[in-house]
Design a protein around this ligand. Structure first.
Ligand code: ADP
Ligand code: MG
Length: 143
């Protein structure tokens, strides 16, 4: 499935729509360059899940927890450079918990990802007339 958004607000709205269908146990991985809109889409999803906390990329902690309609675990592995940290975090335990895992820069922990994750690929593609055009491709796992 592919979505197109033309500005920040449309990506938030897309996230809110996606949130309506989320069930406990969902693991969403967000692939895309810096600035492609991963955090923005996650903010929209959190809003749709009725999270009232301030949603921002976890920088020092790597994981933020929010409570909405479901517990939300927001990961950002952007700054992770030591595999030691990973062992300490117990990332895999989060995948077993009730709630939803939203993961930025999942490629950094690729070998730890469960098979059933849903892949979101965000792209900044040039489209004439739109400075802020993004495509968001959503792919279910192909077991
Ligand atoms: P990432 O987490 O992928 O690095 P962010 O969501 O933090 O990206 O940043 C995306 C930036 O691009 C924000 O400043 C946002 O306002 C801007 N932006 C412009 N157009 C869009 C769009 N269509 N979707 C999402 N963000 C957009
Ligand atoms: Mg981000």
């Amino acid at each position: 499935m592919e979505l197109e958004t033309h500005n920040h607000a449309e990506t938030i709205l897309a996230g809110q729509t996606i949130a309506l269908k989320i069930e406990s146990g969902a693991i969403f991985c967000f692939f895309g360059d810096l600035g492609s809109g991963k955090t923005t889409l996650i903010k929209g999803i959190c809003r749709g899940l009725h999270v009232t906390d301030w949603v921002t990329s976890p920088t020092f902690t790597l994981i933020n927890e929010y409570q909405g309609r479901l517990p939300v675990f927001h990961f950002d592995f952007c700054r992770m450079n030591s595999l030691m940290d990973l062992a300490d975090l117990g990332v895999e335990e989060y995948f077993e918990r009730d709630g939803v895992c939203l993961i930025e820069w999942p490629e950094i922990i690729e070998n730890l990802l469960p098979k059933n994750f849903i892949r979101f690929s965000l792209n900044m593609t040039f489209q004439s007339g739109y400075d802020n055009f993004r495509t968001i491709t959503i792919k279910r796992p192909d077991f």
